[in-house]
Design a binder for this molecule. Structure first.
Ligand code: C2E
Ligand code: CA
Ligand code: CA
Length: 678
């Protein structure tokens, strides 16, 4: 995944998560607020309406009583309102000048505002001193919201307010008398009868039910949002095989951990753990069984981790692990234990595990530069761990490898080669060197091997050992093989045209190339395009290529020979089923590996092996070439035993084409050889 795509998908994930978590919550909160406001408004309207209707009749009654008192006296008021009517007349200082009934007006305590009713005149409203169910404030009478609080029902004897099942709430109304000196204050009779109570109860119940629905909806949505979020998380972060964390979770969570604990005291390591025999295991058993094993491996890894550590499956049989590594010895002991425990996952089969480790040292990166907290890149560390792990490839035994400066340099080198390979090919930076092959008996030139060199515009002169293995891994080797065949054919054609004594030149063709079905035809076409005769081109195959599809190999070799190309087996004796290959493959040339001629040929035994191999090749009708021969004694020995050609420093090192031309031109003396003054 490219970095851009990675961040894109992360953003999307965050968006999905957010929308699941907050959309439900937010809409519920908005909905609840709206409904609450609506309910309060409804309640307010209902109460206002009730109070309003009570008030208007009471105003009229008290105003009328005041007028009666002024015009006809207290007796007339009593006649109108009965003896239980309560009122008092006060002077400007508030001192009562006349009282009728039990006065509980609390005008001493409250400075009441005027109630503004257009035709009510200057009526003041006072709460009752014994009961505070009504509040008088800011020109308004309202039902006290703390209705049910004990403090507000300070009624000494509630019975006096309940008459005939009707609750009577007193409020006092003062009407200024025309003398301007006195105020008539009459007790209103706010009666709440059953209809009013029913009305209020119905409204309150509706409101309560609505509120309840709202709260339930809110909670339900909250739970749903939570469940959805968990579902999304498990979909995105769970590994479908192990049911544990996947790579994305490891990366996000791992970086969080690293950033949070980023300081000198904490050292972490990122691991790549690979179950080496996974593919083989799946082939022998089943993919399902293989997955089962992966699940067990995941569990085992997790069981070895403590808090603040993390694992996640990367892909296939690779697990990424983040571990504390404060103490190197203790950490390595833990890794050994981990390998030991992992091997116990299967008691029947011997499983192998490779662990690659990259230490994350706080603050300093591999280049010695300060790492900023935000620059911590766990993916890069994991890649480093993988690079370390890859060095264990080819060995099925369990083991561990640590990413270090050397590996880092190697990675950098591989990267540099990748970056330049195509341009180098297009700019013809690859140069063909020729290493002559001589007949040791006559010291005459019999052939040559084409060997590649890279004359890089910025990296300088590079020997093949530094880049051929990289090309073999990244597949670019097939381009190189074509390039070499084309250039050798071109050179041979040019030399022929110049009248040189051309000898066959062998070209290395990589193992990766040999799986192509039409390889023989590809080679034929390239050589034909350059106009070189086929018998001047020989194809060298390394022994390791012979392990693959033998039938296909035989077909390709036969086809090449059919087109007139000789085929040789390179490095014979360096691998292990050489003899078997000889049995099956119809080759023309056997190249004895240079290893045969290292040291002193290990005495008699070494000499026996070499002489008998030459005899074997002769019996199979193959020519022999001895590679890596550096000393005179070896040349003499090989000549004595009938070796056809020698390719080694004794005669010549690989050389540029111009130098090789001289070798073709010069007649070779009988005693040729570099150590003999040639
Ligand atoms: P190789 O095919 O076995 O080539 C022989 C190697 O042995 C050459 O190394 C050659 O320089 C070296 N050599 C020959 N005689 C002596 C000797 O007396 N003493 C010592 N010490 N070395 C000797 P070179 O050129 O460095 O190539 C190394 C390998 O790179 C080759 O081994 C071959 O596997 C690969 N290679 C080189 N050129 C090509 C190419 O064009 N295509 C492919 N596919 N591989 C190539
Ligand atoms: Ca070779
Ligand atoms: Ca060789």
């Amino acid at each position: 995944m490219t970095k851009k795509n990675k961040y894109k998908s992360e953003k999307l994930l965050k968006k999905i998560k957010k929308s699941y978590a907050w959309s439900g919550l937010l809409s519920s909160i908005i909905f609840m607020s709206l409904v609450t406001v609506l309910l309060i408004m409804m309640l307010n309207a209902a109460l206002s309406y009730t109070i309003e209707s009570w008030m208007s009749t009471e105003y009229d009654r008290v105003s009328y009583m005041a007028k009666l008192y002024e015009s006809s006296g207290a007796a007339e008021v009593s006649k109108y309102d009965g003896d239980d009517g309560e009122y008092l007349v006060v002077d400007k200082s508030g001192t009562p000048v006349y009282e009728h009934g039990e006065n509980t007006c609390s005008m001493e305590e409250f400075k009441a505002e005027l109630y503004s009713k257009p035709d009510a005149g200057q009526i003041s409203v006072y709460p009752d001193s014994k009961i505070s169910i009504f509040e008088v404030k800011d020109n308004k009478i309202s039902m006290n919201m703390m209705l049910f609080s004990r403090d507000y029902i300070r009624v000494d004897n509630l019975d006096s307010f309940i008459q005939n099942g009707i609750i009577r709430y007193p409020i006092w109304m003062g009407v200024p008398l025309s003398d301007g000196e006195h105020t008539f204050i009459g007790c209103s009779r706010f009666n709440i009868d059953k209809a009013d109570i029913t009305f209020i109860v119905v409204i309150a119940s509706v409101i309560a039910v609505l509120f309840l629905i709202m709260v339930i909806t809110f909670i339900w949505r909250l739970i749903r949002a939570f469940i959805n979020q968990r579902k999304v998380s498990s979909l995105v972060f769970n590994d479908e095989v192990t049911l544990g964390n996947n790579w994305m979770y490891f990366r996000i969570k791992g970086e969080q951990i690293l950033r949070r604990f980023y300081n000198r005291k904490n050292r972490y390591a990122v691991l790549d753990i690979d179950f080496v025999n996974y593919r083989n295991y799946c082939v022998c058993h089943s993919v399902e069984e293989g997955d089962n094993k992966l699940r067990m491996i995941h569990k085992k890894i997790d069981s070895q981790l403590s808090t603040g550590e993390l694992s996640g499956r990367y892909a296939s049989s690779n697990f990424a692990v983040l571990m504390r590594a404060d103490n190197e010895d203790a950490f390595k002991a833990r890794l050994n234990l981990l390998l030991f425990e992992l091997e116990k996952v299967d008691s029947v089969h011997k499983l192998g595990f490779h662990i690659g480790v990259d230490y994350i040292d706080p603050e300093i990166d591999k280049n010695g530069k300060m790492i900023k907290r935000k620059d911590i890149d766990i993916e890069k560390c994991y890649n480093n761990a993988c690079a370390a792990r890859v060095t264990l490839d080819g060995n099925d035994e369990s083991g561990m490898a640590f990413f270090d400066d050397k590996l880092f340099e190697e990675q950098k080198w591989i990267d540099a080669v990748h970056e330049r390979q195509l341009a180098a090919l297009n700019n013809e930076e690859f140069v063909v060197y020729y290493q002559p092959k001589y007949n040791p008996s006559t010291n005459t030139l019999k052939g040559a091997e084409a060997l590649i060199r890279w004359q890089s515009s910025d990296l300088g002169f590079i020997p093949p050992g530094r880049f051929i293995p990289i090309f073999e891994k990244n597949g670019f080797i097939t381009e190189i093989d074509h390039y070499m065949i084309r250039h050798v054919a071109r050179d041979q054609k040019a030399w022929l045209d110049k009248g040189f004594n051309c000898v066959p030149v062998s070209v290395n063709v990589s193992r990766a190339h040999f799986i192509e079905e039409d390889l023989a035809e590809q080679i034929r076409d390239i050589v034909d395009a350059e106009g070189a005769p086929h018998d001047l081109i020989e194809i060298e195959l390394t022994e390791s290529a012979f392990f693959d599809d033998k039938k296909a190999l035989i077909t390709t070799i036969s086809r090449l020979q059919g087109y007139g190309f000789a085929v040789s087996m390179d490095d014979f004796g360096s691998g292990y089923s050489s003899l078997n290959s000889l049995k099956d493959l119809p080759l023309n040339v056997l190249k004895l590996d240079a290893e045969f001629f290292r040291g002193d040929m290990e005495g008699d035994r070494g000499e026996i092996v070499i002489s008998e191999t030459i005899r074997l090749a002769q019996a199979l009708n193959m020519r022999t070439v001895a590679e890596g021969v550096e000393i005179r004694e070896q040349v003499d020995f090989l000549a004595e035993h009938g070796c056809d050609m020698i390719q080694g420093y004794y005669y010549a090192k690989p050389m540029p084409a111009s130098e090789y031309e001289q070798r073709m031109k010069e007649p070779v003396s009988e005693d040729s050889g570099e150590d003999s003054g040639k």
